[in-house]
Design a protein around this ligand. Structure first.
Ligand code: ATR
Length: 291
């Protein structure tokens, strides 16, 4: 990790970290990590690196050569990056996606903290063990969320616009069930997580309000806007809600801890998330999974 220093100025010893994504778009990760470095007096800086898919192998070789200490890996690189690493932690291999690359003894080691982001965010409102959970969506974000919920002891049903994709993911991860988004009303749930991109660009929800169980806890991986249509609908049904902000903050906190070995200042990172909000015309294009 970076050395501890009092002033916060960049020096010859400052460690370099960053987030790799394309297109660059708006990312709140540098703000969150730099705030954490400042709060814990860690001599490091964290920047955004716009890397095209065809440049990913060269970027990783460069990171190894330059001694970049940690890279967050975001859209669209989370699966492609695996082929270019020296080692992948078993759980990231199981999830099939890497959102964190940490330099250990000169080797690039891939891990995944997206599942930690989702489960810790939910744990703000509910225990997970033994609960019935529904995950909406069957893409990359869903994989980490389903895996994490199952690891924490939930029984998971996957519902997706394209049911065949839900079936594939359910088979791959051994989920309890699968179906279409319209099956929510008939699927008992104490936990509901949206991993689809619905709500990101327009004020829409992937499911009808009536289908949300009033006793459930609802997490939306979409964090921009922070209060999505799904979360408003859930509140109007009497359900408790967790913003995608917390999923993003906790996955970043886990990255910070994996590299520094220091407890992450979660509230400081959440505050930095707020401060880094894009203006009204520069909406982010990512979900709460590492961006
Ligand atoms: P990510 O890696 O962010 O999960 P992805 O793999 O492209 O991205 O997956 C996007 C998810 O959002 C999918 O579950 C997709 O449903 P399909 O499998 O049917 O494509 C879902 N999604 C995207 N737009 C949607 C829409 N308008 N209505 C419902 N689901 C949508």
């Amino acid at each position: 990790m970076g050395e501890i220093h009092p002033g916060g100025a960049i020096s010859a010893r400052t460690a370099l970290c960053g987030i790799v994504l394309h297109p660059a778009g708006h990312t709140r990760s540098p703000a969150m990590h730099n705030a954490a470095f400042a709060d814990r007096a860690i001599d490091a800086v964290y920047v955004a690196l716009d890397v095209r898919p065809e440049s990913l192998p060269a970027a990783l070789a460069g990171a190894r050569a330059l001694g970049i200490r940690q890279l967050a890996i975001s859209i669209p690189h989370k699966q492609a990056v695996i082929a270019h690493l020296d080692e992948v932690e078993p759980l990231a291999a199981e999830i099939g996606a890497v959102n964190t690359v940490t330099l250990r003894d000169g080797r690039l080691v891939g891990s995944n903290t997206d599942w930690i982001g989702a489960t810790r965010a939910l744990e703000r409102e509910t225990a997970i063990e033994g609960r019935r959970a529904v995950v909406l969506g069957a893409g990359g974000a869903a994989r980490a969320v389903v895996w994490g919920l199952q690891r924490q002891g939930a029984r998971v049903t996957i519902l997706n616009r394209t049911p065949a994709r839900a079936r594939e993911l359910a088979d791959a991860l051994g989920a309890d069930g699968c179906g279409a988004l319209t099956d929510l009303a008939a699927t008992p749930h104490e936990i509901l997580v949206n991993t689809t991109s619905v709500g990101l660009r327009d004020d829409a929800s992937p499911v009808s309000a009536d289908a949300i169980a009033p006793q459930s806890v609802v997490l939306d991986a979409v964090y921009d806007p922070e209060e999505t249509r799904l979360l408003r609908d859930a509140q109007s049904r009497g359900a408790r809600t967790v913003s995608g902000k917390w999923m993003l903050v906790y996955q970043a906190a886990a990255q910070f801890e994996a590299w520094t070995g220091v407890d992450a200042p979660v509230d400081v990172m959440a505050q930095a998330f707020e401060s880094a909000a894009p203006g009204p015309t520069v909406r982010g294009s990512n979900l709460g999974s590492s961006s």
